[in-house]
Design a protein around this ligand. Structure first.
Ligand SMILES: [Zn+2]
Length: 253
């Protein structure tokens, strides 16, 4: 889960239409939120990812459900309230079900930064706060096969790439050719791009990168050899802005 920045309310969703759709829902319980312009704006707001587990929603077998942060049965007046809607996968939406976020708050990633409530260690989330603990329970955010294993898999993939890159850095130090310098620069950027907020499980990938001791070694080599440029620095800043801490202490950055 990472902070998401929702687009403005779709222009089609005027106050008059919101009132009309809300009344229709109260009368008929129809899925009045199922509008292409609502779904499109929600998907664009989260790089087509689930706002909770960060799985990609634009792939085969996954599709977006409109999630009502304050559930629609208890809060029917918010059924098409733009601020109450989030893009979610079927699993997270179903798992959260009718949990009352007013009585027992959980993290709303469009309103607050999940990093303030959660930390990530061994591919599992833990609470920094009571809200964080509640979020993990309500969304089953450590479900082994559905979310913890995908986090493990992608972390292993990145760790393997970092290991290969360190070997290439050492090769570079032996020959210092332009060709191997360019190769190293390209790979380091590719790895950091995988922790960009647009990527699946970006929060996990970013955390893996910043706490990977081999990656720190690589950065030191690149800086020493003047191969760490502004683009690398910008990618690094983007990653550190979404990475989780890995232990129970308040974030300093
Ligand atoms: Zn999800």
């Amino acid at each position: 889960m990472i902070r998401i920045f929702k687009l403005q309310k779709p222009t089609e969703l005027t106050d008059a239409l919101v009132a009309q759709l809300t009344a229709e829902y109260i009368q008929t319980e129809k899925s009045v939120w199922k509008k292409p312009y609502i779904e499109r704006a929600l998907l664009e707001s989260s790089y087509e990812k689930c706002a909770y587990c960060e799985c990609k929603l634009n792939v085969e077998s996954k599709y977006m459900e409109v999630e009502h942060f304050q559930h629609k049965d208890g809060y029917p007046l918010l059924v098409v309230d733009w601020d109450n809607l989030l893009p979610s996968c079927k699993r997270c939406n179903g798992t959260k079900n009718n949990h009352d976020t007013v009585i027992h708050p959980i993290v709303n990633p469009s309103r607050e930064n999940p990093r303030e409530h959660l930390y990530l260690r061994n591919y599992r989330f833990h609470g920094l706060t009571q809200v964080g603990e509640e979020t993990i329970e309500v969304l089953d955010l450590n479900n082994t096969s559905k979310v913890a294993y995908p986090r493990f898999e992608i972390s292993q993939l990145i760790a393997g790439k970092i290991e290969g890159l360190l070997d290439k850095c050492k090769d570079y130090l032996q020959n210092k050719s332009t060709r191997s310098a360019n190769k190293v620069k390209k790979i380091v950027k590719n790895i950091m791009e995988e922790g960009h907020p647009a990527q699946a499980y970006a929060g996990t990938v970013a955390t893996e990168i910043i706490f990977n001791p081999q990656f720190s070694e690589i950065i030191d080599i690149l800086k020493m050899e003047h191969l760490w440029d502004e683009e690398s620095e910008n990618l690094w800043v983007a990653i550190t802005s979404i990475a989780f801490t890995n232990k129970k202490k308040p974030l300093t950055a």
